[in-house]
Design a protein around this ligand. Sequence first.
Ligand code: CMP
Length: 395
Amino acid sequence: MPSSRRTVYEALELVRHTGRWPIAFEFAWSGLIFANLVATVLESMPAVVGAYGPALALFHAVSMVLFTVELGVRFWVCTADATDRYVHPLWGRVRYFFSTLTLLDVIAVAPYWLGVTLDLRFARTFRLLRMLYFFGYGDATESLAAVFYNERKALIGALITMMFALFVTSSLMYLIEHPVQPEQFSSILNALWWGLATFATIGYGDITPVTAAGRVLTGIAAVFGIAMFALPAGILASGYASELKRRDFVITWELVARVPVFAKLPASKIADIAGMLRVRQVRAGEVVVRKGDPANSMYFIAEGEVLVDIKPHPIRLRNGEFFGEMGLLERAPRSATVSAARTSRLLVLEAQDLARFLDGNPIVRETLTRATADRLLHQQEVEAMAAAEPEQRAS
Ligand code: CMP
């Protein structure tokens, strides 16, 4: 992999947050994004547009050019992602395109180039999310997204209960209030608007009951509304707390020493490798490496289980085992697709770190080389059996 691509990748994605240039870029770019937010607000003020319209338009155009160049560079370098997610020159980039942040970046610049007549200059504000990553809060955002996913059943349950209560109360309210104020409560839809404002305790007051029964019902709805809105908030808070605990997973010396490949190394070597490893958490079914993709890293299973997709019988690898070494040692594309069989924690070792580590650790090199030879042999046997089967059937 060209090292310039790797350097630019690190500067853009700021994986390591070190070096004068990445930090300078981080600040300059955050400043540009922030200035765009201010410009978006200013462009909504007729007096400011009257006085500085051309300057704002020029700033918008220059920003769009810069953001587009940045997007292009991101596409160029995304294949250097150490987690192998975008490693394939074509499909990797397609996957990168469909990642949430990239889509938001595209939405931020596309209206400008497509000449959309609708005023979508506010789309620039989507770029604000990049700042989260610049300043290292990307993980926290991903945690929040994971909480919504993990707690989806409880949240949907709470939502259905809320909808049920809202519909029943609003329909009752319609029955009570419609005869007295047919204009205010003209339909159940109108009553639903009342219900929403009451349950959420916003209380706009544009539709209010006048009957005693209606007022009692409003009181009950307001009290239960607080409880019902507190329910999803509680689910999210507890889910977020446990997700953070799960992510707060540090690579300790003991953890690395438990991996059989490293277990017999001297303590200082274990400390060396611990400094090179990173944690990657994967969900059940998530693909970690894809057959045919180039190889950037290898993986040790700290906790969990993965499936190596080999026909006819996939192979399960569990705690302490490793995969992805073949691509690195053979300098070949991935020989099989490996996906998580359940939520797992992997320790990721990048190609250059592995090469450096193996230079000083011939025992580990031998273990990995032997595993590669055995696994290659197994793959060849499986392929030979698969090739022989149709012939046997034919004869
Ligand atoms: P790599 O080829 O980089 O990516 C796919 C990985 O699956 C491969 O490295 C091995 O680590 C693993 N793998 C391939 N074949 C086998 C096998 N027969 N047994 C266990 N693991 C395998």
